[in-house]
Ligand binder design. Structure first.
Ligand code: WT7
Length: 637
């Protein structure tokens, strides 16, 4: 990607930036404490010490570098760790500060959270939910969502949060796969002033799920016409259990805390199950060491709770440390493009964690927006989700951090549960464009196509070589000659100093609204539309608030009414996946670019869509198609 920063000068990609002394002096992790963290797996005892255990574990790790289980024998409860633990010292401190879509504000102190989590947990039990039952949560960013997560954790019922923007069909599929018989949803919510009827989607999902589903509905819309039917109202359930307390269930370290679905190359959602002990320890430790959270901080992670970032760094990490976590339901540019900076100023946010796509949108909207606010409360900035390109890095550093805040570019995945690569903000120099070294206690390398080691600087598939506490149950790892490997789909380069630069993903996935989706999922939805022969999805850097995708579609009959087809495609994507995944543009082409062996050349489409250099097209069976696609694309500019 083209970048305006000079390649070599003081602000170039290869330059390093030292963390400011003012930060270093107060950092949670210092050079001395980091240095003591090198004896694997014993070093992870330090992470486990951040968590309260009801039964001590027998060993930090049972196994060897070739795999095993973390903290066997240990017992704990994640809800007790996020709530009860803090009652002694910060009953009246805010745990969650919520700002709703319509500017509503609600603050839950740790004591408020304690009561609501207990009452809701008692309510869940009264509906017959027992330890081990999977409870699906299908809500936008409203406080009832973290309350429900913590209530599930309290009774040992793994939660299965499904992003609120997913369609009924996507929800039903996730409930079927997880055999989940319980659903907590809401009647609806507002988007840019319009009501979205979430309960309609939930009802449609219920119809297509084979088993019985019991549901609870948060009433958010204030709309008398919405009938709850046989569902229980969230507020009624709370008042029926007013003042009740539920003893947190003592869970084994390797009992699942939650499940979450992600996308891979296959067209099917992949289930990832995270543990209670290792996950929570890793989440708490990285929140402390990388995000540098302190209990007195107000911290804002802009991710949606429906994805792993929200689980780990909006709910479990910050709450286990006793921090105040900000939950913002609205859009970053509504009512004005300075909304994010206004909220940081008004809430005196100390640490802000967001995604590169958001940072690039902020850049596009202009420096006048951050410049018109007092952002001096900020101490640290974070990024996750994609490579943070150097020009966006510098913009974030200069205009948001006022050159005073270190930036942590954190690399991790749904599968890793917590951060694996990042600088430690009070210890390591930063290199714009590079995520940084593996955290203490983590080993990574790069491998060639068949798993063999390659020259680190040449690049290869990023591979984790030793187990880490936040790893999920049933991780898809491989046995290697000298141990164990978790080979990711990311291509990366490792410099001599161990800094890792992530270059991109190998598999056919795209990022939409900051989330990973398989191209297959989208392409097969579109190919299901009558008149469509084939579809290819690529992502584009549009510079909007979220990156989006284009669909290149070849049709059965050239004469099909394109406007109608476009509408059908949008409808189909909305109903099978969700409105958020509807491609920004549909470009019709007589054929897709293919190699002689019939393989789709997605890279070429990506270059065309992003106005990039086309590179070598000699492998194409149908080179003439390139011109046709380019003109189809510019037709509608
Ligand atoms: C993929 C994981 C984990 C949080 C959000 C996404 C990409 C993530 C970085 C980073 C470069 C990054 C990788 C990774 N990614 N963080 N700092 N630099 N790439 O979770 O949907 O599981 O996606 O996001 O490609 O594999 P996810």
């Amino acid at each position: 990607m083209a970048d305006e920063s000079p390649a070599d000068g003081p602000r170039g990609e290869r330059s390093t930036v030292e963390p400011p002394k003012s930060f270093v002096d107060r950092a949670n992790v210092t050079a001395a404490s980091a240095a003591a963290f090198d004896d694997w797996p014993a070093c992870w005892e330090r992470a486990a010490a951040m968590v309260d255990w009801t039964e001590p574990y027998d060993a930090v790790f049972d196994g060897d570098r070739s795999g095993g289980r973390w903290f066997p024998g240990g017992r704990l409860n994640a809800s007790a760790n996020c709530v009860d633990t803090h009652l002694a010292e910060r009953k009246t401190q805010a745990a969650i500060k919520w700002i709703g879509k319509r500017g509503e504000r609600r603050t839950y102190t740790y004591l408020d959270l304690y009561h609501e989590v207990n009452e809701f947990a008692a309510g869940l039990r009264s509906l017959g939910i027992e330890e081990g039952d999977v409870v699906t949560l299908y809500m936008p960013s409203i406080p009832e969502l973290p309350v429900a997560m913590l209530a599930c954790a309290r009774i040992g019922a793994p939660h299965n949060v499904v992003f609120a923007g997913f369609s009924a069909a996507a929800l039903a599929e996730r409930m079927e796969r997880s055999e989940s018989e319980y659903l907590v949803t809401c009647d609806g919510y507002y988007r840019r002033g319009n009501a979205i009827y979430q309960k309609n989607k939930a009802d449609n999902a219920r119809i297509s799920v084979d088993h019985e589903v019991t549901d609870i509905v948060v009433e958010r819309l204030d709309d008398e016409s919405i009938k709850l039917g046989d569902a229980t109202a969230y507020d009624d359930l709370l008042s029926d259990h007013r003042g009740e307390e539920v003893e947190p269930v003592s869970r084994r370290a390797n009992d699942p805390l939650f499940l979450i679905y992600t996308s891979g190359t296959t067209g099917e959602p992949t289930e990832v199950r995270h543990t209670t002990g290792g996950y929570l320890a890793h989440a708490a430790w990285t929140s402390h060491a990388v995000l540098d959270l302190k209990p007195e901080d107000t911290y804002w992670c802009s991710a949606d709770i429906g994805w792993i970032t929200g689980h780990t760094y909006l709910v479990y990490g910050p709450l286990s440390l006793g921090t105040t976590t900000l939950l913002y339901e609205g859009a970053p540019d509504h009512p004005e493009k300075d909304r994010v900076w206004e909220l940081i100023e008004r809430n005196a946010v100390d640490v802000f964690y967001t995604a590169p796509t958001a940072i690039r949108a902020f850049m596009k909207w202009g420096t006048e927006h951050p410049d018109s606010h007092d952002l001096s409360s900020l101490r640290l900035l974070g990024s996750v989700g994609e490579p943070l390109n150097p020009s966006a890095w510098w913009w974030y550093h200069d205009h948001v951090g006022d050159r005073e805040c270190p930036i942590v570019d954190t690399w991790w995945q749904t599968e890793t549960g917590s951060i694996l690569l990042s600088t430690l903000p009070g210890v390591d120099a930063m290199k714009p464009g590079s995520a940084g070294p593996a955290l203490p206690g983590i080993d990574v390398t790069v491998v060639g196509p068949t798993g063999e080691p390659t020259g680190a600087a040449e690049g290869g598939r990023l591979t984790v070589e030793t187990p880490w506490p936040g790893m999920p149950l049933d991780l898809d790892a491989d046995a290697a000659d000298d141990g164990w490997q978790y080979v990711t789909e990311d291509v990366a380069r490792i410099d001599d100093d161990g800094y890792v630069t992530v270059l991109g993903r190998l598999d056919d996935t795209v990022t939409i609204a900051g989330h990973r989706l398989g191209t297959m999922e989208l392409e097969s939805a579109i190919a299901g539309v009558e008149g469509v022969a084939e579809a290819a999805i690529v992502d584009v850097r549009s510079g909007g608030p979220v990156d989006s995708v284009y669909a290149f579609v070849s049709t059965d009959e050239r004469h099909e009414d394109e406007a109608r087809l476009r509408r059908w495609i949008a409808d189909r994507v909305e109903s099978t996946i969700g409105e958020f995944a509807v491609p920004e543009r549909v470009v019709f082409t007589p054929e897709l670019p293919k190699t002689r062996s019939g393989k789709l050349l997605r890279r070429l489409l990506k270059d065309i869509a992003n106005d990039g250099e086309l590179g070598d097209t000699s492998a194409l069976r149908n080179p003439e198609i390139v011109g046709e696609i380019e003109s189809a694309l510019s037709d509608r500019e």
